[in-house]
Design a protein around this ligand. Structure first.
Ligand SMILES: [Zn+2]
Length: 387
């Protein structure tokens, strides 16, 4: 297939993994529902012209976002602090006072609420996975529509358009972003802010559990810049945030075209990471399988912390049978539900007091110290390891 960003005719396959859950972030009400969850194949292709990575085995019709899709991270203090800092910086950078902010993929409106509180702004969110028309914070300045942003809203005027962790789910990111940029251009000098997972972190820092079926697109910094350039937003600064795990791009959509970026050095580094990835993925998976074998032999009881993308992905690749009986998640909407594919129950941290584990594996290194504090407050002094 051709590159969805630069139309280069060939994406070179460098990684394949079979039988992964189609949805990591759909929660299942019973173990049987969870273990019968649909599965798919991931086959990552790399564009050596623009640095884009795409799952060429992705079947868009299998992924439909509806209520029951739950990926809010706002239960974590670490994530909340990050989001608050980001909202403050955006309000300052785009001079948002008494302004109107539109967010695509707003969830229940947690981030819009922060943006509105910081500058007496109004917010409008669009998200088909929200269960009912609601504002999370009872903030009357935030309104959420339970549908995708579409041409029906072309008269909507706003000062900033935000889209966080949406673009990686979109099968054709170029026309999608093109529409958003056109909408932003209808309001003179509107701003645009994008945030996506950083595929360079996945490749370079072995964030291998971030490779999930829901994500058809994997943006490296060069690929995100290239995509913005393709839709007429040039020379955008793309920065790594959240310990390198996210990429952020903030721009004014009225910027003038200029000379192309020189990406040669970035692309050469990327090729190196891409070529090594499948082997590193296998080695990392084997390492964890060996660890779990020895813990099983020693009759250890291990708890996994985090039933989001990384946790579900990990549980479906590593054999944790008879060793992991519980998966902890601070999101109350996940508690009482079951992990896609493997079917372990998801519980609140307090449940660990009933049967203290011998060790806890944290699925995201960014949350390790927060998890240690929670365990300490529960009176549980166990070894905490992050993947
Ligand atoms: Zn390309």
């Amino acid at each position: 297939m051709k590159c969805p960003v630069c139309d280069h005719p060939e994406l070179r396959t460098f990684f394949k993994v079979d039988s992964v859950p189609v949805f990591c972030n759909v929660i299942y009400p019973t173990e049987l529902h969870a273990t019968s969850a649909p599965r798919g194949t991931i086959e990552l292709g790399f564009c050596d012209r623009c640095g884009m990575i795409y799952n060429t085995a992705f079947e868009a019709e299998r992924v439909e976002y509806a209520p029951g899709y739950e990926n809010s991270l706002y239960g974590s203090l670490r994530f909340l602090n990050y989001a608050e800092g980001l909202a403050e910086r955006l309000v300052t950078a785009f001079e948002l006072k008494d302004s109107h902010i539109v967010e695509i993929g707003s969830g229940r409106g947690e981030f819009l609420d922060l943006l509105c509180r910081h500058g007496r702004n109004r917010g409008t969110g669009f998200d088909p996975s929200v269960s009912e028309r609601e504002t999370v914070s009872h903030n009357p300045s935030v309104k959420i529509y339970r549908e995708p942003f579409s041409s029906a809203y072309q008269d909507l005027r706003f000062d900033l358009l935000v889209s966080r962790h949406v673009l990686e789910h979109i099968p054709e990111p170029k026309p999608f972003l093109g529409e958003l940029v056109s909408a932003a251009r209808r309001t003179h000098d509107a701003g645009l802010f994008l945030e996506v997972p950083n595929a360079l972190w996945t490749l370079r820092d072995l964030g291998i559990w971030d490779v999930i079926y829901e994500h058809c697109s994997y943006f490296t910094p060069v690929a995100l810049r290239a995509l913005l350039s393709e839709v007429g937003v040039h020379r955008t600064k793309v920065v790594e945030t959240f310990g390198g795990q996210f990429l952020c791009a903030a721009a004014r959509v009225d910027g003038q075209a200029s000379a192309a970026d020189d990406n040669a050095g970035d692309l050469a580094d990327l090729k190196m990471w891409v070529e090594a990835f499948q082997q590193k993925f296998e080695m990392e998976t084997k390492l964890w399988n060996d660890r779990f074998l020895s813990w099983k032999a020693a009759n250890e009881c291990v708890a996994i912390w985090g039933a989001g993308s990384k946790g579900v992905s990990f549980l479906n690749r590593v054999n944790t049978r008879n060793t992991v009986s519980w998966v902890v998640d601070v999101n109350p909407r996940k508690q009482g539900q079951y992990v896609a594919g493997t079917g372990q129950p998801i519980v609140a941290p307090e449940m660990l007091r009933a049967a203290p584990p011998t060790r806890v594996i944290v699925m995201n290194p960014a949350y390790k110290s927060e998890v240690e504090s929670v365990l300490c407050a529960l009176g549980l002094f166990v070894e905490v390891i992050s993947v």
